[in-house]
Write a protein that binds this ligand. Structure first.
Ligand code: NAP
Ligand code: MG
Length: 495
């Protein structure tokens, strides 16, 4: 985005942020039933960015009714080719507004503009296009029965129904698109609750959804708080499935709330991902790759490479290299394209990260680079590399969800495997080595939903993504996501 395009996008995004923000229910924008509102802030300045209608249980009820009506009305009658066309149109509209959406994301979330423009928005576009392709390709099978008699048996893949989707603040539009696209491809009706910190791009997406021509009620968007709007959706007896991305702690609440009507549940939760560098790795790549693995999005990624394991004989060299890379980061408001590290999303998040930095210091960890928050407006904390850490320290065990990596030396592949798997999480992992056998042997034994080899944070709409252990239930993206949003029906006829 050149300076002129940025100025235009900033003007559009600012105008949108300052406009009236209501709930999208049944194809129309309306105030919350309670009349309540909440504010969203720019984390780079702490300035108020927008005032928004705050949905609660009453609005969740209306959204569920609207979704049910859409499911039984227009969606039931819709041709799959029409469904595909709508998703393609939506992807084109998101692409057409990519600059504006990227700026809006940066203003609301704080992330560097180049990251928003080069990752978040393109991912949203591609995940919608990928799923548009599935609309016309979902079919069942005819199956010969094994028992005596004459039979005609087949399966059909049907939409799971009314789906509630709750997303976090770290990649707001990319997450929203990753959630709604497979659900819509499967023929479901959706209620999306964005995070209270970053509701704006989801609401702009709502406008684009209406512009695309989706029938009323197929997508409903209800910003509000987790404890009210989110909890109401998770417990709702007329919701058939809930999909959640966020903390493991809230994931547990969602799973519990879903037991009432035993709605289907999928969860994408936290992580404390191991990033393993062997001495035989191409260190020219592994070093910057490992800095990016943790500091991308200010460390606010569920897949962040937050536990760095380096083979002993190259430990000092690698840590020095990662520290040098870290010093090169330019920390400042994400809207200035010269900055490639922005603020963290909120005061709570800043306090949380600083709390972990204090705890690390108390436990004897040493920061080779970073370690402090910045004395300036906005929620800025330095990217930090901690050494002299022990496996039992809080900074090694708990998800910080901020720009802090702990580095630990290891001797052998067996040692590092037991370190790497010594966590309640299992979302992602990475191995850097030139020895392809060693890489795949380790990949087979790592307890994680994704293993990256000589790369990190590669997400593709075609590749299933999700967690082992307490990192979640189910896989999003790829065909696996379609399975989350469909029921298989077996039809068996005696003939
Ligand atoms: P969070 O507190 O779990 O919030 C996530 C979403 O859940 C928000 O929309 C939140 O609403 C809502 N929520 C909160 N309490 C709820 C409740 N009782 N019932 C229903 N919904 C509720 O997580 P966060 O602090 O925003 O995000 C950081 C966490 O998300 C990290 O732990 C990170 O690892 C995880 N994460 C995981 C993935 C993944 O794909 N595995 C991706 C991104 C983030 P409000 O914001 O309005 O309160
Ligand atoms: Mg905000």
């Amino acid at each position: 985005m050149d300076a002129a395009a940025r100025a235009v996008a900033l003007e559009k995004a600012s105008r949108f942020a300052a406009s009236r923000h209501e709930l999208l229910i049944g194809g129309r924008w309306s105030a919350a039933r309670s009349g309540r509102t909440f504010d969203s802030y720019n984390p780079a300045t702490k300035a108020k960015l927008a005032t928004l209608a705050a949905a609660d249980k009453a609005d969740a009820d209306l959204a569920v009714l609207a979704a049910r009506a859409a499911l039984e009305g227009p969606l039931a009658a819709q041709k799959v080719s029409e469904r595909a066309k709508l998703l393609w149109r939506l992807a084109d509209l998101v692409e057409g507004h990519a600059d504006e959406l990227a700026v809006l994301e940066t203003l609301d979330n704080g992330k560097p503009l180049n990251e928003a423009r080069n990752f978040d928005i393109p991912h949203a576009i591609e995940v919608i296009r990928y799923n548009a392709g599935w609309c016309t390709k979902l079919s069942g099978e005819t199956i010969p029965l094994s028992g005596p008699g004459n039979w005609h048996a087949y399966t059909v893949r049907e939409p799971v129904g009314v789906v509630a989707q709750i997303v976090p603040w770290n990649a707001p539009l990319a997450m929203a698109a990753t959630k709604i696209a497979p659900a819509l491809a499967a023929g479901c009706a959706v209620i999306l609750k964005p995070a209270e910190q970053t509701p704006l791009t989801a609401l702009r997406l709502g406008e684009l959804i209406l512009e695309s021509g989706f029938p009323p009620g197929v997508v409903n968007i209800v910003p509000g708080f987790g404890e009210t709007a989110g909890a109401a959706l998770a417990a709702h007896p007329n919701v058939d499935k809930i999909a959640f991305t966020g903390s493991t702690e809230v994931g547990r609440l969602i799973a519990r709330a879903a037991t009432g009507n035993l709605k289907k549940v999928s969860l994408e939760l936290g992580g404390k991902s191991p990033n393993v560098i062997f001495a035989d790795a191409d260190l020219e790549r592994a070093i910057p790759g490992s800095a990016a693995a943790i500091f991308y999005n200010q460390g606010q990624s569920c897949t962040a490479g937050s536990r760095l394991f380096v083979q002993k004989n190259v430990f000092d060299r690698v840590i020095e290299g990662v520290a040098e890379e870290t010093k090169k980061f330019k920390l400042g408001p994400g809207i200035d394209p010269a900055n490639n590290q922005g603020p963290v999303v909120s005061k709570e998040q800043l306090d949380r990260v600083c709390g972990y930095l204090d705890s690390g210091k108390r436990d004897g960890a040493k920061a080779v680079v970073g370690g402090r928050k910045l004395d300036r407006p906005g929620y800025f904390v330095e990217p930090t590399v901690l050494v002299d850490v022990k496996p039992e320290m809080k900074v090694v065990r708990e998800e910080i969800f901020g720009p802090v990596v702990t580095a630990i030396p290891f001797d052998s592949p067996d040692d590092v495997l037991s370190f790497a798997n010594d966590t309640v999480y299992g979302l992602a992992s990475a191995v850097w080595t030139r020895d392809i056998s060693k890489a795949h042997q380790l990949a087979a034994k790592l307890k994680a939903g994704t293993v990256w080899i000589n790369c990190y944070n590669i997400f593709d709409p075609v590749l299933p993504f999700g967690g082992y252990k307490q990192s979640g239930w189910g896989r999003e993206m790829g065909y696996d996501a379609i399975e989350l949003y469909t029921e298989v029906k077996s039809v068996c006829a005696r003939i």
